[in-house]
Design a protein around this ligand. Sequence first.
Ligand code: COM
Length: 552
Amino acid sequence: MIDVRNPSDGFTSLRARIGELGPTPNDDRGADGAPLTVGEWVQLIDEVVAHPQRNTEALWNVATPEQDDREYDAIFVGGGASGRFGSAYLRARGGRQLTIDAWPFLGGSCPHQACVPHHLFSECARELDLARHMQGRLWFPAFDDKRASIAEIVELFKAGRSYPHAIMNWQSKEQLDMEFILNTPATVIDEHTVEVEGQRFRARNLVLCTGARTAYPDVPGITAKGVYDFASLIEELDYEPNRCVIIGGSKVALEYGSFFQATGCKTTILTRSPLMETASLHHVDTGLREYVVSMMADRGIEILVGAEVLEVLGNGHVTGVRYRTPDGRVVDIDTDFVFVGTGERPDLRMYSPLGLATDERGFVVADATMRTSVPSVYAAGDLLGPPMEMFKARKCGVAAARNIMGEHYEFDFTEYPDFLHTTYEVTWCGLSEAEARQRYSNVVKIQMPPDDADPETFALPAAEGSMLYAFTRPVLSGWLKLVIDGDSRKILGAHHVGFGAKDAFQYIDYLIRQPQGWTIDDMAELNELFLNPEHFIQLSRLRAGQRDLVNM
Ligand code: COM
């Protein structure tokens, strides 16, 4: 039994039981040898994360020579999405891997500081938006934004984040059979060798999977207390922000800005490029962008385009931000909270013994097999630069594993479906209408609301998640567009603002990129689960009888 009232004792006995596959260096594995349950992992991870100074020993899950004496096919440096998926795949192919991570859990920043909290925050933003919009109607009480605390929501996340961590450790060990060492940094010695807690491990290959971190702009005051990024927001926020200035116009800026504003924390975004027109986002349809940005403004977010941040003001703690407007004026905004959303870069110092080739922005250069300039070394995920998306991280890791296991496998991540959250879920794939018109002479679209409709009275798309908006203020109910080549009838792109369509877009993207394409007639053959979030099936069926397609 683990005495959770005494985490220190709990940790000692839990740690002793980690080495079910083999002994820890101290050979102190538990007598019963039973694998840790998910609940026990939760306690162990909670303890290590809460008290890193007193829990400095690594967590070893490494086979003894009696259990497996094969050479390692790969050591994965970093156990985030790339390292975990690459490791699992390599293992499933019959190879031997070792995964090393400085955190006491696998899964990396996604469940600890990045995608998982972002989704919690975006869900809060959506709920808050609805509660504010509907206040005083039906069962909705008056909206009290004093009850919507950023700090409290961050604490809610922190209190629960060990649950997904624990599942990843448990799944990796008990179901995926991975070998790993956690809670300790790896030291890269050469292209085949890594040192952990004084012990050297050799492998045929290394796979580097240590991700990227926010690149803070180089302006005076940027290190002041009160300046956060997505990671330090989770780890360090210790007060309730009242006013927010976001530096940068990345996806993170839109997503976190929408969340902060939804809690009642008045938010200003200072961005050089118009939102959703940054180089890191491709295929953004103009109509979609206009709807998304206008709906952010509708919620009260101030978006200042062309702003050049000059300085973060304050005396120990942030008090404001000074910026230059496009017409050269210098303006100060008072704020107690600055959030940086200017993009990310990898930290490659630990790989200096390898002499890896990098590009001009500092990302690792790799070919389509994920092989770097050093033949036995592969790299995966955010180390390689944008898109910094989950599908890419995981599939890069898998691609490296496949090649290491003898298959020639190339992964091209230049085309993919994309999404972001504001108070809406925004999804898109394929070509924007403007891109389609550059490449095809007969482009037809299905759009809701149509260009000539008055959106304030056009209560479609009404669908799951937007019904209450559609019946109270139609313009809030979302926006969609399907772009079609009228000659071949193939769907070229799909664009959606609403709720619940992310799932569909994973499939739509795949279907429209099949060599034979995916036509409006194919779409019309699907059996819709009415009301479906994006309405594309029914709208396609309404149009598919036309021999010569026209806009709808
Ligand atoms: C996702 C982390 S939260 S991983 O990709 O499953 O390892």
